[in-house]
Design a protein around this ligand. Sequence first.
Ligand code: TXA
Ligand code: MG
Length: 323
Amino acid sequence: MQFTTDPRVAALRLRDGGLVAVPTETVYGLAARADDPHAVARIYAAKGRPADHPLIVHVADASALDHWAVSIPDYARALAEEFWPGPMTLVVKRSDRAGDFITGGQHSVAVRVSSHPLMDEILRALIQLTDDPSIGIAAPSANRFGRVSPTSAKHVHDEFADIIGDDDYILDGGESAVGVESTIIDCTDEIPRLLRAGAITVDDIEQVTGVVPGMTSTVRASGTLESHYAPLADVVITDAAGLASSHSTDEARVGVLALASIETPVGMVRLSAPASNDEYAHVLYAALREADALQLITVLAVLPNESGLGAAVIDRLKRAAHS
Ligand code: TXA
Ligand code: MG
């Protein structure tokens, strides 16, 4: 894959059925035109992702929602109004526009408006090139299936340089600000249900919709598989006391991931020392990649509290630890 910083180059490649890794404020995505089954099939092949795992359709603004979805509940419109563009994905009943090759054969479709300025520029350019104001680009996180999501253009290159040829592009938009994937909310029922934790929290959803979101759903989401987001190193969850009483030897090669207030035991490698839950989310995936680059055997991770992005960090670390 070639690097570019020009959203127009990216839009032309997408128009012509190519793949482009795109920056978003959550993580990088691997994108193709959402109305091109051959282009979308290339995403699945590159990721090694099973065909029944549906993709998120990224659109320019909330007005496109009515083209991709039907029977949109008022609470979903309220969420879109409040949090788009932003780190939130809505799962809604699909219109005919959302093909089986996007939805994995389900009767719902996931839709998102990203706040990354380059995503906005690509979509605006693509609208011009295709004369289609509701055009979407399908994009899962730009990592191999089950692995850690990329938060920089370099991460994407590390993941796909050997798999995807030089006709396709990585649009470099800097480090992803949030660092973990979007909050996914199932809006196919009378009340909203949380499918995946992210920067938009349960409290945010309750404030805007006036209802406490359900925490389980009958809808499938691949990011909800128990083992996911995993580095090669073993991730072991511990607490501050457990960490303080752990020992390391040179052979053990142990990494530590914890808030800055927690000290690193002698002989261990500090992967990151974030000062807040937001910063923990921002550095999380780069730290897990660093553990693999250093060929660590184990990562001891101390969970943050649940406030703000803490809930999403806890969710991802528990899944990383499950393998
Ligand atoms: O932040 C993000 O959401 C990133 C950026 C690139 O937008 N994308 C991302 O995509 O994380 P992906 O494919 O790695 O995760 C999307 C999740 C998957 O777990 C998928 O199963 C779920 O969304 N999903 C997609 N469509 C769905 C649907 N119709 N019903 C239920 N879950 C769905
Ligand atoms: Mg993913």
